[in-house]
Design a protein around this ligand. Structure first.
Ligand code: NAD
Ligand code: UFG
Length: 333
């Protein structure tokens, strides 16, 4: 198939492009490089040994979008493009609603116009918010989200439900990611956040590399086994594979609207993650315990049964492999 990958130069998109190419698909990447580097394209091509077609532009730009659909016979779209910083979204909500929500609407309008109706959308476990408790399954209520970034994901999910309700000829799959970490094992692709990282894994690896002096652990008074927050970390290569499984299922099925969690189903605390990283890297991670971060939930992990049963998706890599690949990526970049 010919797959349009929006945000294909980003962290999760780039790993997914490699797997799409490996599986024999053609890939068209559409990215404005607002949070990625253009050299990622040649790295994807180097790993896969195949070429991708690149369009540089913004998903809200109707003229480029329509040009892509005119110039390419697109069979399905995987929509990664979006902004993802929770803290930035609190400071600049309109930028997030404009980029993420308006971007998704512009994409769907163009797809509808060119009669391309297969869409996989990157959502987040954050949509479960505070209304339910881990393990989260796909039938649980969503929407009680406490930041604008998370609400963009929730709103887009609702928009996609409406699109499908109005026209069941669409095939729409929403993937709710838990916490992606890790990197490609050859260290050519990984997460490279601009400025000081918000997320735990790039923060830990930059402390290990002595780029940052000290990690602050946000709270050790939660009701968890060691007091620090528990998350479901999933290797980005496993996560990318989940997209291939979702694509296969979409094509071989009679379509429809589906939602799947992509996680491992296992939770690790912040202190456990630090220890796992120290073990594989041989580096001491300097950290101090600080106050809780507003909006953090104590325990987040997935119920993975639906993705396992319907997609045959099961994460392969454990926490040590996630840390090893992150550390190799950090050292080589
Ligand atoms: P990323 O920032 O590395 O990748 C996003 C890509 O989209 C970047 O290459 C960026 O340049 C591009 N982009 C952003 N806005 C664009 C626009 N308007 N037009 C064209 N390109 C644009 O992020 P990621 O970690 O790879 O995340 C991919 C998707 O998964 C995002 O939608 C994100 O919200 C979602 N997600 C990520 C996580 C996570 O922890 N990484 C968790 C849940 C969901
Ligand atoms: N943490 C620290 N210190 C840091 C950074 C994080 O202790 O410097 C802790 C947090 O308090 C949390 C855990 O590490 O307990 C994980 O935090 P991240 O910021 O890495 O990830 P979150 O679980 O907060 O959020 C991530 C993505 C969101 C996504 C969500 C889905 O950033 O985009 O997972 O669960 F929506």
């Amino acid at each position: 198939m010919n797959i349009l990958v929006t945000g294909g130069a980003g962290y999760i998109g780039s790993h997914t492009c490699v797997q799409l190419l490996d599986a024999g698909h053609k890939v068209v990447i559409f990215d404005n490089f607002c949070n990625s580097h253009s050299n990622v394209i040649s790295r994807i091509e180097k790993i896969a040994g195949k070429k991708v077609k690149l369009y540089v532009g913004d998903i809200r730009d109707k003229s480029v979008l329509e040009r892509i659909f005119c110039e390419n016979q697109i069979d399905a779209v995987i929509h990664f493009a979006g902004l993802k910083s929770v803290s930035e979204s609190v400071k600049s909500p309109l930028i997030y609603y404009d980029n993420n929500v308006m971007g998704a609407v512009a994409l769907c309008l163009a797809m509808q116009k060119f009669n391309v109706r297969r869409l996989i959308f990157s959502s987040s476990a954050t949509v479960y918010g505070t209304a339910a408790e881990a393990p989260y399954d796909e039938s649980m209520p969503t929407g009680s989200v406490c930041n604008p970034y998370g609400r963009t994901k929730y709103f887009i999910e609702e928009i996609l439900k409406d699109i499908f309700a109005a026209d069941p000829a669409w095939y729409i799959t929403i993937l709710r990611y838990f916490n992606p970490i890790g990197a490609h094992e050859n260290a050519l692709l990984g997460e490279d956040p601009c400025g000081i990282p918000n997320n735990i894994m790039p923060y830990i690896s930059q402390v290990a590399a002595k780029k940052l002096p000290l990690l602050t652990v946000f709270g050790n008074d939660y009701n968890t086994h060691d007091g620090t927050c528990v998350r479901d970390y999933i290797h980005v290569v496993d996560l990318a594979n989940g997209h291939l499984k979702a694509l296969e299922k979409m094509v071989h099925n009679n379509g429809g609207f589906n939602i799947y969690n992509l996680g491992t189903g296992k939770g690790y605390s912040v202190l456990e993650l630090i220890r796992a990283f120290e073990k594989v890297s041989g580096q001491k991670i300097n950290y101090k315990i600080g106050p809780r971060r507003a909006g953090d939930l104590p325990i987040v992990f997935a119920d993975t049964k639906k993705a396992e049963k319907d997609l045959g998706f099961k994460a392969k890599f454990g926490i040590e492999k996630m840390c090893t690949d992150t550390w190799n990526w950090q050292k080589n970049n």
